[in-house]
Structures are given as C-alpha cells and as structure tokens.
Ligand binder design. Structure first.
Ligand SMILES: [Fe+2]
Ligand SMILES: [Fe+2]
Length: 319
C-alpha cells in the first residue's frame, strides 16, 4: 500500500516536471533550477508503451550523457531496462525534439567518462557510494533528422502511411459487418440477407489480407535488413518484430477464416463483430509497437520509395 502510494506520488511529481518542462521550453524551477534537463522517451520493454522520464544530462567531448543513478538505489532505473531492449528513443531538450539511439558505455570508456561526470557533478559520486552496482552511463546519439530536408519522406514515414491505410481498411471491414448486423435483424427464412454485403466484405478481406502479407514481406526482406545493418543494437527489437510477424500472419489467416466462414442467414454477425474486433486490436498493437521502436531508425537510413505512395482506401467503399 505504502509502496503504491509512494510510487504514485513519484509519478505525479514526475508528470508535473514534464508538464513544466514542456510549457517553458525546457526550463524547470525548484530543485531543478539551473540544471541541464532533458526528457527521455523510451518504449517499455514489458509494456511496449512510451514512457517519458526527466533526466539531467552532461555534455562531454561532444558526447551527450545521462546517468542511470536512480538516486543511488540498488536497482537500475526502468528507463535503462527499456532502452537496453529498444535503443531508439525520443529526446526533448529546450523546445527541440529529436530521435536518437542510445548506447550503454562500458569498460575503460565508461570509467573515463565517469571520472569526468563526477568531476563536473560530484553528487553522482555520492550516489555511487550508496550502492554496490556500477552506475551505468548512457550516451545519446541523435539520429539524422528529416527536418530541413524539404520534408522529404523517409522509409519510416512510408511504413506509417501503410499502417494507416491498413488500419483504415480494417475500419471499413468492421463497418461492413455493422451493415450486415443492421440488416440481419430484418432477415427471415423467406427473406434471405443481401448477399452483396457479404460478397463485398469478402472482397475487401482479400485486398486487405494480401496487402498486409506484402507489407510484411517488404519489412522482413527490405526494411528490417537495412535497419539491422545500420543499427546492430536494434537486433533484439527486430527479432521481436519478426516473431510478431508470424503471429500477425496467423491473425491475418484468422480474419480470412472468420469472414469466409460466415454464412449469411445462419451465422451470428454479432459474434463475428466481436471476434473481428479482437483481431483488429491486436494488429493495431503491432503497428504501434513497430512505429515506436523502428520508425525513426528507418527514417534515418532511407527515403520513402519514389513510387511509394500508400494505397488509397477505395473511395466508393463507404457504404
Ligand atoms: Fe510489421
Ligand atoms: Fe509494418
């Protein structure tokens, strides 16, 4: 009880610092008055959600460093665990936001920079005295930004557009099921349902499932190898995403089975709606996770394909 209250008030305090930082272009008063502060947004290793943490930073010899001191606690802070799992992060400094990769320094390099950190900020030395763990130092390396490039779209932007298109297609399939539900109530054995609705739904399913398969082929054999080559530290993230693609292929097959197995007049369209919605939620979780973890890295390594417009949802499919 005490622990959860304590952690909730720590979260409240942290949120107030984040709000003040963003409202004042990176300036925060009180205990942080005059200190160099940044906001680090990581992707939760377990939760897969984005988490933002205010941290002091130190610039030494052109390197921007943050210290995983956790106030001298015996456990590493959660953000360190997160960036070890997914090293691409978002950084806010002043009123600027930029994507970055992170690297936990080790060995003689860590020790050399540690001495310098403690020389500049002796408080970190005090934290080190409080714990047996060797306090990690993390370097933040900005990724090339697409800002200033005449808004040239990157491969990550393209990936996001395809996700949006796929997501819009899923909305249309759900809307078609809603239309089937609306007409189903009027169905009697003598009055068979309009088969066109079911046929349209199957047609859309074939388009969607094919597009998703092609998208993941493109990621597995095109986008991911490019990211892996440029950012070897992203290997565990890419491995996780590839494993997810196997699950997504199963979800894709389930959607196809579900829609093909639906028999107008005999199946319950409400059941279909519930099952379909569950699959859609899982697919969207995959899209979001992929965008959180590799979109910025993909933007850094490649432009969008020249003919790379995401397919437009059919304009005549809203009915
Ligand atoms: Fe994917
Ligand atoms: Fe994707």
């Amino acid at each position: 009880m005490y622990e959860s209250e304590s952690s909730s008030s720590a979260n409240d305090f942290q949120q107030r610092v984040i709000d003040e930082f963003r409202a004042n272009a990176g300036t925060v008063g009180g205990p942080f008055q005059g200190s160099s502060l940044l906001l680090l947004t990581t992707v939760g290793a377990r939760t897969r959600r984005r988490h933002t943490t205010p941290l002091g930073y130190i610039d030494i010899d052109g390197k921007r460093l943050v210290v995983a001191s956790a106030g001298g606690a015996d456990r590493n802070p959660a953000w360190l665990h997160n960036l070890r799992a997914h090293p691409v992060v978002r950084v806010e400094v002043g009123s600027e936001t930029y994507p970055a990769t992170t690297a936990v320094l080790s060995g003689a390099v860590r020790d050399r920079f540690w001495d310098e950190v403690v020389r500049k900020h002796p408080g970190y030395g005090d934290y080190q005295q409080m714990t047996a763990r060797v306090i990690p130092l993390v370097e933040i390396r900005p990724l090339p930004s697409r800002h200033g490039l005449d808004r040239v779209r990157g491969m990550g932007d393209f990936l996001q557009e395809v996700h949006q298109w796929l997501s819009a297609e899923l909305d249309l399939v759900l809307a078609q099921v809603d239309a089937i539900i609306a007409t189903a109530d009027a169905i009697t054995p003598m009055n068979l349902p309009p088969r066109t609705l079911h046929a349209q739904m199957l047609e859309r399913c074939v388009v969607f499932c094919g597009a998703l398969e092609r998208h993941h082929m493109g990621e597995d054999f095109g986008a991911f190898p490019m990211v892996a080559e440029a950012f070897p530290a992203l290997a565990p993230t890419l491995e996780q995403l590839r494993a997810e693609h196997v699950v997504v292929a199963e979800i894709n097959a389930s959607i196809r089975d579900l829609l093909e197995g639906y028999t107008p007049g005999a199946s319950d369209p409400r059941e279909l709606r519930v099952e379909l919605h569950g699959l859609v939620v899982r697919l969207r979780e995959h899209f979001a996770f992929e965008e959180h973890t590799i979109l910025d890295a993909l933007n850094a390594v490649a432009d969008a394909p020249p003919s790379g417009n995401a397919p437009e949802p059919d304009s005549d499919s809203g009915e």
